[in-house]
Design a protein around this ligand. Structure first.
Ligand SMILES: [Fe+2]
Length: 438
């Protein structure tokens, strides 16, 4: 992929705000406005290895695309414009989702028609603590062989750099077009978390961390495509995990390639997990992102742990956070789950926070000294009841769900010396909070 990622600075413009119509491309490109966005899809911003200066962009374009240009702007006045040119011809087509058995929004069964160019672009040398916006223009041949241009809507992200930052933490919304309220519930929750953040810091949160199961079937390309159309994916950088649902098709074919090809995460993971397992820093916090599906057996776990140990020990970040999709505890009764396999390593490497999901019941441990938290579900549909706590009464500090219809998410607030995680319900009311200090 790197071969086609070459960048060049080519323009210097004064830009007031982030208004594409003002710079709707040079005279050499006659954009067919009617086709705006139609030929470019699933745009999402992913973290670079160091989010102060690097960000990645993932998107897809139709099979007949020749090349794409990304126009990157600082979202302030008098700023530099950068262009990134990506050539389609140097890259093979993405076919991993093609002909996968799936379901349309109207309930009709069908086979995904999904052959497209998958683009990943790495922005580098960005300015820390800065808002950026970008849009994409692709040239492609139409059905008559005539070259046309299509332009995407604007996407935004914010680089790390400020000592104080915050993120929305959400998981398990199992986006499924026949039941659109799932995605709508989760995205409303993202807004609720942002409203809460605005009340506290006036500016809202800076990015979103998802802990997996964003799609009901990751093999269904149309599910990703529809999900990425919501505003939250255009307005923020999203760092995410591969969940068991993201890893499977309707017929339960399993591969991490679905998650990988729907994102553009740093390629710093271990063999076979590049772009699926990855690590990045956001200011003073290191995030190690794991793939639960590749750690089900002891060999897979050993590989993941060797890599994780190395990443943790090589970092001088102030706070260290490890994320995987599977739960640390079974929230129904408090029985130990993945925590058993990780607690020694986390203690050895001084991991401050371990984030999980999957169980659909929020659980937070006491400070052990690692704090273990798993998020609740957020789709108002696949929630799980909390039962009697019969295990780990001495270390579990809080459990929460709303039963079958659960919607919750967290705000993570970080400053120089502390990380604060607050669980909110659908009304934006504080359900639980913990401060992790250094
Ligand atoms: Fe889930």
């Amino acid at each position: 992929m790197k071969k086609l990622l070459f960048s060049f600075a080519f323009l210097l413009l004064a830009l007031a705000g982030c208004n594409p119509s003002k710079y709707l491309l040079s005279d050499s490109l006659s954009v067919n406005r009617d086709s705006t966005g139609r030929e470019i899809f699933s745009i999402n911003t992913c973290p670079g290895e160091d989010c102060s200066t690097q960000m990645n962009v993932s998107f897809a374009a139709r099979e007949s695309t020749d090349n794409c240009l990304i126009y990157l702007f600082q979202n302030k006045r008098n700023t530099r414009v950068k262009g990134y040119l990506l050539k389609a011809g140097e890259e093979t087509l993405c076919t991993v989702y093609d002909s996968i058995y799936s379901k349309k929004a109207n309930g009709e069964n069908f086979y995904e028609d999904a052959r497209f160019h998958k683009f990943s672009c790495s922005f580098s040398n960005l300015k820390p603590d800065t808002e950026y916006c970008y849009w994409i223009v692709c040239s492609y041949k139409d059905d008559n062989g005539i070259t046309r241009h299509s332009q995407s809507d604007i996407s935004k992200f914010k680089t790390a750099g400020n000592d104080k930052w915050s993120a929305c933490v959400i998981s398990d919304f199992h986006s499924y077009p026949p039941l659109p309220k799932r995605l709508a519930s989760a995205m409303k929750m993202v807004e609720t978390v942002n409203d809460y953040a605005v009340k506290k810091n006036r500016k809202g949160f800076d990015w979103v961390l998802h802990l997996g199961d964003v799609c009901a079937w990751g093999g269904s390309w149309s599910f990703w495509k529809e999900m990425y159309q919501v505003d939250a994916f255009r307005n923020y950088m999203w760092a995410g995990l591969n969940g068991n649902h993201d890893n499977m098709t309707r017929k339960y074919q399993l591969t991490n390639q679905f998650f990988k090809n729907a994102t553009a995460n740093p390629l710093n993971g271990y063999e076979g997990e590049e772009g699926v397992c990855y690590h990045f820093t956001y200011k003073n916090v290191l995030f190690v992102m794991l793939n639960s599906e590749s750690m089900r057996d002891s060999l897979g776990l050993a590989k993941a742990q060797a890599w994780t140990r190395n990443v943790l020990n090589s970092s001088n970040a102030k706070f260290k956070v490890v994320c995987e999709h599977y739960q640390w505890f079974f929230g129904e009764n408090g029985k130990t789950s993945q925590m058993r396999r990780w607690k020694d390593l986390f203690e050895e490497c001084r991991v401050d926070l371990a984030l999980g999901a999957n169980n659909h019941i929020y659980v937070r441990s006491k400070n052990l000294p690692t704090v273990y938290i798993q998020t609740p579900s957020s789709d108002n549909e696949r929630g799980v009841d909390v039962g009697e706590l019969t295990h780990n009464q001495d270390i579990i500090a809080k459990r929460w769900s709303e039963g079958g219809k659960t919607i919750g998410a967290m705000l993570m607030e970080v400053d120089r010396n502390s990380m604060t995680l607050t669980l909110l319900d659908r009304e934006g009311k504080e359900v639980d909070s913990v401060v992790i200090k250094k």
